[in-house]
Write a protein that binds this ligand. Structure first.
Ligand SMILES: O=C(O)C[C@H]1C=CC(=O)O1
Length: 92
């Protein structure tokens, strides 16, 4: 199943810079592992914002939730999910 996900990152400005940098490094490693596995086929920076649009390709809502809730930056993100269905006009 495909999901369109918007992630807005809201790291508190007073978070220790070393903790922030470590979180961001872990986030990059985690997301790149999922990209290589094919479960996270698209990630795009939203120009001018500390936010991304992503497409995740996972089995179901539960797997999506498990992946998102394990993001190292999850405690510092607002996340919006849209489930995608096949469009009837899509050409194969
Ligand atoms: O920078 C972001 O958009 C947040 C985050 C999501 C994946 C990743 O590597 O960083």
């Amino acid at each position: 199943m495909l999901y369109h996900v918007r992630m807005d990152v809201r790291i508190p400005p007073d978070l220790d810079p070393a903790v922030r940098d470590a979180l961001i490094a872990r986030e990059k490693e985690y997301s790149q592992q999922l990209q290589r596995s094919g479960k996270w086929p698209h990630i795009w920076r939203i120009a001018g914002e500390y936010a991304n649009y992503s497409v995740l390709d996972v089995a179901d809502h539960d797997e999506l939730h498990q992946i998102l809730s394990n993001l190292p930056l999850f405690p510092y993100m607002d996340i919006q999910v849209t489930a995608l269905a096949r469009h009837p006009s899509k050409v194969d």
